[in-house]
Design a protein around this ligand. Structure first.
Ligand code: CA
Length: 221
């Protein structure tokens, strides 16, 4: 769903992509390779990548966390936006998908910034907390299995420093969140998390309609 927009016509979306963002060639190559896969729709769009790059640059983030890496597009955007001493912890369970990611990270010269952990993300996040890294991350991107989103949100909130930012992807789920006949586990989980964040006084937030819906939640001091 990342390559479509709920609000823009195809013509306007093409226009946005032509003048509204710049996609470096290596990211374009990774996009093309990923689009040949049946799961290619899981990749974030170029304009969402540019938006996330700006968020990282504007916030001055150095310690980043990603839950759900797939073929590594958003991680590559993040790593390329970090300063020299910036680091990114990536959580994924797929050796196959992240092998593609690692090839591009090496080619882009950012592999040394990325700590890829191939385990269920629930375990990796609890491990990071056990390692004493609570309150140390500046930015977290959540884009993995939707039924575990609430768990990821809570753990990321623990791991973020006050003032740190969480970005939660696919929160509109192709519009399914408004279709109350849709009681699938993924949709129910997203609907519940969206409602929870709306009333969560631990964060300031905004659900942006970029891509398939991207909620930004900044941890309060
Ligand atoms: Ca996504």
């Amino acid at each position: 769903m990342a390559s479509t927009s709920l609000t823009l016509s195809p013509d306007i979306l093409d226009y946005v992509r032509s003048v509204g963002c710049r996609e470096p060639e290596i990211l374009a190559q990774l996009r093309r390779e990923t689009q040949t896969m049946t799961q290619g729709v899981m990749q974030i769009s170029p304009e969402q990548g540019a938006f996330m790059r700006l968020l990282i640059l504007l916030s001055g983030a150095k310690r980043c966390l990603e839950v759900g890496t797939f073929t590594g597009y958003s991680a590559l955007v993040t790593a390329q936006s970090l300063p020299e001493d910036g680091t990114l912890v990536c959580c994924d369970v797929s050796e196959e998908w992240t092998a593609i990611a690692q090839r591009y990270w090496r080619e882009a010269g950012v592999a040394d910034k990325i700590d890829l952990r191939i385990h269920p993300a629930v375990e990796t996040l609890d491990t990071l907390i056990a390692e004493g890294r609570s309150g140390t991350f500046d930015f977290a991107f959540i884009d993995a299995d939707k039924v575990s989103y609430d768990f990821y949100y809570e753990r990321c909130l623990t791991l973020l420093r006050p003032g740190g930012l969480i970005a939660v992807d696919n929160v509109l789920w192709g519009g399914a969140v408004t279709d109350l006949k849709d009681q699938s586990a993924d949709t129910v989980a997203l609907r519940a998390l969206n409602a929870k964040i709306a009333g969560d006084n631990r964060v300031d937030h905004c659900l942006t309609t970029i891509g398939d819906g991207l909620t930004l939640a900044r941890k309060r001091h």
